[in-house]
Design a binder for this molecule. Structure first.
Ligand SMILES: [Zn+2]
Length: 175
């Protein structure tokens, strides 16, 4: 799936924790964290985004039942279970791009040389990691640490139709 044809998403506040997971997979994902439903629908239409929600009333709207706007209904309380549903529903494959988007800002991350982050990551991380990326907006620095590995392993498990274990949904990061 190339970047240009990758789907974009808007995540309803009632499943807001999925925004970070979708960004972890490299999907451009907005979090709709306030306002009336119609505003979320307007944004989705204007920006060609797929809605992810657990609100069944949204699914009954004509704009969605008619197929004009795509939406994914998830249920359950656990983000990992919801994420598995999204992946299954959309038939997302394992060709995702972790560490391409900031998990907090949805901004494309920029590669940084080690010397550029020397004062901004823990010494042990500096010594053991070679690849660093930075968010140009919030200045968070990311690397492929153990949390990152757990999260991507979990995602690949979902894609392969497996599940089990748990992860706290956080990639390692430092300001
Ligand atoms: Zn950021």
């Amino acid at each position: 799936m190339s970047i240009s044809e990758a789907p974009k998403f808007i995540v309803d506040l009632n499943v807001g924790r999925l925004a970070r997971w979708m960004r972890m997979m490299g999907y451009d994902t907005l979090l709709f964290d306030h306002g009336e439903d119609y505003r979320m629908i307007r944004i989705a239409l204007d920006q060609a985004r797929i809605i992810i929600t657990r609100d069944t009333r949204i699914m009954e709207r004509r704009v969605i039942t008619s197929g004009r706007l795509r939406a994914v209904l998830v249920n359950g309380d656990r983000p990992e279970e919801q994420m598995r549903q999204v992946i299954e529903h959309l038939h997302l494959d394992s060709d995702f791009r972790p560490l391409s988007l900031c998990l907090e800002c949805n901004q494309p991350l920029v590669e940084r040389g080690k010397e550029e982050v020397v004062d901004r990551v823990p010494p042990y991380i500096f010594q053991t990691q070679e690849q660093f990326v930075e968010c140009p907006v919030c200045q968070r620095v990311y690397w492929k640490g153990t949390h990152w590995q757990a999260m991507t392993r979990k995602l690949r498990g979902f894609v392969q139709g497996q599940s089990g274990g748990s992860v706290d949904g956080k990639a390692e990061q430092a300001r």
